[in-house]
Ligand binder design. Structure first.
Ligand code: HEC
Length: 255
């Protein structure tokens, strides 16, 4: 063999080894995971488009199992947000398989996103990696006047509830204080609808909202008569009440 021939055959061998992934670290052969996806996603053709591209890049063998079969990873409604299309936000759950996790990373990488975005059927893009994640608005503010809300709370609710320090002494002990009610996750729902929650309907009238008391069942006690504006003010006031420190993580009465 000539010197050139020797060199050539050496490089051919390197190329061949590289092509078969043999020069990669030892665990390379293990790069494989099984995957399930709902029929709609399989039928869309997207997976046939993106999986080979990822496999080629990373030498990972992905086996698509029947929908519903046990698999390392799955597309569906749980996991990380992967992409959007066919009126669905598709999520990917890589489980704890490291190769599937690498695929998850790839899906959110620029290359992965571009691959998803470039899949077309009859010239139309079916999926987008730009998933709108709706911001959860946590901050709620009530337009009401908190000071008036305090007055209304003391005069309308204070005979039963401890509203704040100003009526701590003359409320009914078994009735939850506003500070305790304020710890409830759904305090807003409860306050906004207090007049339909027992025991209030029996004695509460909200102008233009509640039906007049049944003539045969008049309010057993001095009625609470107020307007929705009063309630709006009460909401503004209650919002500013520091939740009672119950000495443990905030609990809901329903938990
Ligand atoms: C006559 C007494 C009385 C008055 C007046 C009263 N409440 Fe109550 N309220 C109660 C009692 C008793 C409970 C506890 C009911 C229970 O635990 O089932 C309660 C519970 C509540 C709850 C929690 C309801 C639930 O089911 O989660 C809210 C909110 C509430 N009151 C708001 C108000 C507001 C606002 C006012 C004033 C506008 C008011 N209450 C006036 C007696 C009263």
């Amino acid at each position: 063999m000539t010197a050139i021939g020797k060199h050539l055959s050496f490089w051919m061998t390197v190329l061949a080894l590289t092509a078969f992934g043999l020069t990669a670290p030892a665990q390379a052969q293990d790069k494989t995971f099984t995957l399930t996806a709902p029929d709609a996603l399989v039928d869309s053709g997207l997976l046939k488009f993106i999986l080979p591209r990822f496999s080629l890049k990373t030498q990972t063998r992905i086996t698509l199992a029947e929908p519903g079969a046990a698999a390392d990873a799955q597309f569906g409604s749980i996991g990380m947000v992967a992409f959007q299309g066919l009126d669905t936000v598709w999520k990917f759950d890589p489980g704890d398989d490291p190769d599937a996790q690498r695929f998850a990373d790839w899906l959110r990488s620029d290359v992965g996103r571009n691959t998803v975005d470039s899949y077309q059927v009859d010239g139309a893009q079916l999926f987008t990696s730009q998933v709108e994640v709706k911001k959860v608005v946590v901050e709620i503010t009530y337009d009401g006047d908190a000071l008036r809300g305090e007055e209304a709370s003391l005069s309308h609710c204070g005979r039963c509830h401890v509203v704040n320090d100003k009526n701590r002494m003359n409320s009914i002990g078994s009735t939850p204080s506003f500070a305790v009610l304020r710890t409830l996750r759904d305090w807003e729902d409860r306050f906004q609808a207090f007049y339909v929650l027992n025991p209030h309907p029996a004695f509460t009238q909200i102008t233009d909202v509640t039906e007049p008391f049944d003539a045969t069942r008049p309010s057993p006690i001095a009625a609470v008569e107020m307007t929705l504006d009063d309630l709006e003010n009460i909401m503004a006031f209650v919002q500013g009440i520091p939740p009672a420190d119950l000495g443990r993580p905030v609990q809901s009465m329903q938990d």
